[in-house]
Design a protein around this ligand. Structure first.
Ligand SMILES: C[S@@+](CC[C@H](N)C(=O)[O-])C[C@H]1O[C@@H](n2cnc3c(N)ncnc32)[C@H](O)[C@@H]1O
Length: 254
């Protein structure tokens, strides 16, 4: 037997698990909505809305230096851009998960010029986050979960817990109708705002139900915010929106 030590080749460099991000693939529908949402008036409305939502939840106060933040269902990217705008100087990293849409040119420009620039996009879904365990200091999902069937919402919550560091935060905004009438009004509102087909189903929960589910799923309440819209169409009623900041508490829930 030959006892001479064999030359050992150096190990391949460890790839950054957050780096190999799939570029979003446009469809005709996403191209059309991208065009519309990229127009200047639509862009300014969406930018202001995103900034308001981020500030109502006081997200800036929770952002950490060198943190990693994941946004699920980023749409055209206004939400993660506004969060990243509030993290300038912190060298934080942002990962945007979105199955269909892609950021508009204006949003991309804003991301490149007005944030630290560590923003990546992945084409994926909330219950299959392309991230390793325990890497995220925060995960946001704004008005996404009501598009996802109830049993899959639970999978998304489990996936969020998987990628969060212990004590990491979950930032959630949802449409939160309280009864059947408000549920139906919310559907009409949602379809009109998002150009959804009439067949698009919605899986809303009330604010109390969300809070209960979050607590049962191992998320401890930190902060809550609320606002309402009033549909201009007669008889449609109130559209309620509730925001939640919750802390992942693995000690009590495994
Ligand atoms: C109403 S839009 C909200 C976009 C953005 N979060 C905002 O508030 O401006 C809902 C987004 O969720 C995305 N979405 C739908 N199902 C999803 C899923 N299973 N996982 C992740 N995102 C999803 C849609 O493609 C869409 O971009």
């Amino acid at each position: 037997m030959d006892d001479k030590p064999k030359p050992v080749s150096p190990p391949p460099p460890t790839p950054d698990p957050l780096r190999p991000i799939i570029a979003p693939r446009p469809t005709w529908r996403s191209k059309a909505s991208n065009w519309f949402f990229g127009l200047k008036p639509a862009d300014s409305v969406l930018k202001r809305r995103a900034a308001g939502l981020v500030d109502k939840l006081e997200i800036a106060e929770h952002l950490q230096a060198n943190g990693t933040y994941v946004d699920i269902g980023s749409g055209t990217g206004h939400i993660p851009t506004q969060i990243a705008r509030r993290a300038v100087g912190l060298h934080a990293r942002f990962v945007c998960i979105e199955p269909v849409s892609r950021p508009t040119k204006r949003v991309l420009h804003r991301m490149r010029t007005r944030t630290d620039g560590h923003v990546h996009f992945a084409r994926s879904i909330g219950n299959r986050l392309p991230l390793p365990d325990g890497v995220a200091n925060g995960v946001s999902a704004f008005f996404v979960l009501h598009h996802i069937p109830y049993p899959i919402q639970l999978e998304v919550l489990a996936e969020i817990k998987r990628v969060l560091v212990p004590g990491g935060l979950f930032f959630l905004w949802e449409d939160t109708p309280r009864n059947e009438r408000e549920f139906l009004a919310n559907e009409v509102w949602d379809r009109r705002l998002n150009f959804e087909p009439r067949s698009e189903p919605h899986f809303y929960r009330s604010g109390d139900d969300w809070q209960k589910l979050l607590t049962e799923s191992g998320f401890e309440p930190v902060n809550q915010a609320y606002y309402e819209d009033h549909s201009r169409r007669r008889g449609e009623g109130l559209i309620r929106h509730t925001g939640f900041v919750s802390r992942h508490t693995p000690a009590s829930h495994g």
